[in-house]
Each structure stands twice: as C-alpha cells, then as structure tokens.
Ligand binder design. Sequence first.
Ligand SMILES: [Zn+2]
Length: 258
Amino acid sequence: MMEPVEHIFDSHAHYDNERFDPDRDELLQAMHKNGVEYIFNAGNEPAANLVGIALAEQYDFVYCGTGIHPHEAATVTPDYLALLQKQLEHPKVKALGEIGLDYYYDFSPREVQKKVFEEQLILAKELDVPVIIHDRDAHEDTMILLKKYQPKGIVHCFSGSAEMAKEILKLGMYIGFTGVITFKNARRALEALKVIPTDRLLLETDCPYMAPEPYRGKRCESSMICETAAKMAEIKGLPLQQMIQITCENALQIYNIK
Ligand SMILES: [Zn+2]
C-alpha cells in the first residue's frame, strides 16, 4: 500500500472507451477519494470526441481534447477541420488531440496520416491551442513535422530516445509518460526521463491501456497513476507528493486551466 497522495492530474485518459461502460460513473465519482484531482480525456475520432466533451460537461474535474488519431486518418470527412475548430471553442476542450503518426499499426496509409496530422497542426497554430502528439514507430517523420510547425503541446506516451527528448524540449514542448516506465524493459524510457527537466514532465495513464506494474495487462484507470508517479519520483530523486504536485502544475499550465 502506498502513502496517500493528492493533486494528481492524469493528463491523458480515454474514459470514452467501451471498457469503461460497465462502471464509468462509479469510477469517476470515486476519483477524488483516490487523490485524483483532474483528468484530461484525449480525443481520437468523432464519436469519442463527443463522449469526451459530454464527460467534461458532466464532471467539473474532467477536461478534454478533440482530434483525429492517425488510426482514423483515412476516415475523415471533408468538414472535419471545421468541426474540430467549432469544438475547440468549448470552454472545457483544451487541446487538439491526440494527433500524430502510427507506423506500428499503419491502420491508415502513411501519406494520409501525414496529411491529416499536418492539417491539424496548421489548425492548432491558427487557433493557438496546444496539441497532443501520438508517435508510434514514426519518430523521424513526427520530428520533421514538429520542427516545421513548432506547435505548443505535449508528446504523450513518450517512447523515443534521450536525444529525441532533447529535440522536443528545444521546441518548448512537454513530454508525458505512462505506466510503461514501470515495466522491466523500460531502460530507454528511463534514459529519456533522466534528461527531461521536471518542469516539462507530465504523468498520464493513457487508460484503459498501459496499466503500470503491478497491474500490467489489466484495465488501467487514473488512480493507478501512483505507481507511475512513484517510478518517476525515484528517477528524478524527488518525494512522491512533490513529483505529483509538479506534474499537476505542468498540466494546468499547458492545458491553460485556471
Ligand atoms: Zn491516448
């Protein structure tokens, strides 16, 4: 059992996911008891974006993003950018995302992924909103586009090298880590974590995915973030509560939540 903590900001979650259908409200209502003060629900396709917005309307501590994930890039309709723009006017929609490239699954052709990513980066710049970047096995092309557009925002579920982290830091972006840092084979992620200053770090679950040890393989939810926070605190040489506090402040900053 871990010491009780407070002020947790889970900066990336997917409570729209059907795996939460049986007990979504029960879980969200218990969050404060578990020290979770804020949750950011990342968007990824039109229906999920709408569920995220509905959750943000229902729960005062839930904020959300809207965007088209690379998996869905091939399915966009001609009006998708106009729709995202409209949704970004909502007071609780705080970022455009998640967006990016996924060359691991390649669910959409790479050229289409790049086009839809680029269009959303341009929109984010125009609207001056932060982006949430998904990059899986696409580090090179992701960095080319981030350098080209220089958006503000977050590279989430970071899986790159320490060198790549330094490039992202130069762009002024934040970097989020999931339960992956608690896994036994996390050496590379921990090397990256070491070079990132605490004022650019975010904690996230990416739930229902990426449950940290000792829950690996189970359905993840926000209170499990404590295991990830403990690992991050250990690597950064900080007390657990201080690590949680710093990452909470960082998330409030980048999502512009007052
Ligand atoms: Zn995600």
